[in-house]
Design a protein around this ligand. Sequence first.
Ligand code: FE2
Length: 551
Amino acid sequence: MKILGFQNGHDVSYCVLENGIPIIHEELERHIRLKEPKGNGLRYAIEQLKDVSDIRHFIMGNKSGWNSKSSDSIKDYYKSTKLGFEEGANGKSEKIMSDTILKNKGGYHETGHHQAHAANAFYTSPYEEALILVIDGGGYEFIPNTNEQQMIDTAFTVWKGKGNKITPIEVKPNDTLNIGSAWSMYTKKIFGLSAGYPKGHQAGTVMAMACVGDKNKYWEDFYEAFMQGGGKQGKKLLENCNKYKEIATKSEQDTFDIAAGLQYATERVLQPIISNYIKTHNPINICFSGGVVLNSVIMGKMFDWTNNKNIFVDPVPYDAGLAIGAARYAYHHILENPRIKAHTKNSSPYLGVLYDKDNIRKALDRDDCIIQQASDEEILDLLSQQNIISVFHGGAESGRRALGNRSILADPRDSNMKSLINKKVKHRQWYRPFAPSILREDVDKWFIRDIDSPYMSFVLPFKEEVKDKIPAVVHLDGTGRLQTVTKESNNWYYNFIKKWKNKTGVPILLNTSFNDREPIVETPEHAINCFMGTDIDYLYFSDYNILVSKK
Ligand SMILES: [Fe+2]
């Protein structure tokens, strides 16, 4: 039984769930090559899938005060309600959907914004029971414990997940706490960076700056603004934008100090809130979702804040994950199917479509590159000779972080590698770190905690004694945003790093996303275009052992 989840708005995406397991999830940004576009998720899904005749249930992952309708009343529903679709082509998509539902005796459903985030975190996790926290920049959600389907704008919700159900515990009104919107405002107004279409949200750059700033200098104003609330219109928030925009022009160090203050204030606001929920509910397991949890520095500290609870962050915690969460919500909560026990498949982030050898051949049909066959061992040799190699493997990983299938790999032992990658490919600021992929079984030898981080969700300090062995992936404060790799999560990548370990004694590779500021590459054609447009040394299609170099 197939379910199509989709979501409208920014980070527009869709997901197909087959018998509860996501088999495809795509984001429009990967195709149009511009970050975080707004759009109509249903129309995008139908255009991409071409044939949706085997979909039984459709579910929209955000907004509306309307919960669930059977196929009998779907036509009346469309007559009486406006879904927010535009005229023209979108009306066509809507008709395809309603005809399909009628034919397959299925249903159309909707979730609240946070409901979909919470569902994605919990149903992706291995936990039978968990406390779920959703922290983002805001969306509409049903008010708990009311008979009418009233909705409220919220940026912070708490849920309980048990078995195949999730229930809301608390929905904080947007104007009482909104961390995501404040970060967006500050990112744009103070730092002059982008916070959405077409360059994407650059909060990560602010987080990297925070690492080289003095956190004690400016944090209090940011703390006060968070505590005062008021959403995007908060008085103190607006004051801060003006005041610190001015201060940021003084010196680069001041900009770093502001970033550090913002990060520190965010931590000081969140820590007691989180601790309180832990005290009240005493969960063993906690799931997190929402765009704010992309702040992997905070997520790394969460182990301390929660007294070492089990913590799970879903691979797509920002709004593109609403499509997956909605589909999961339909399957488990609405249709009451049991949880999926085959967790590896259920929690895989590699949800992009597969491209075959013909697709790759077609993309490589050009006269400015050299194509040869090569083994993984030969690629490892090239890596150890300080070459920067982009890899294209299987279906793309969903989410903001490259996890080995659309990655640029390099030798982490070389202290010049960071500046070399920046010069040749990424063109990032000097203070931005590159991440380590590490064999899961070696985490405790390299980091101060022994944790699972399959989606690069947590920043942890390296152990003091290993830092000088892998300088290219150690951030300026001695930390790394690790990806833990297992045979089950990515067989090829696991074996590849294992061979690297046998060769060098180091179970770590530098892994950064395969792109140059634009969205992560999706197709073989994007891959070759990015490769030819930068100074990456080699491009490796690992499924077919095809190695590409420049003429
Ligand atoms: Fe959200």
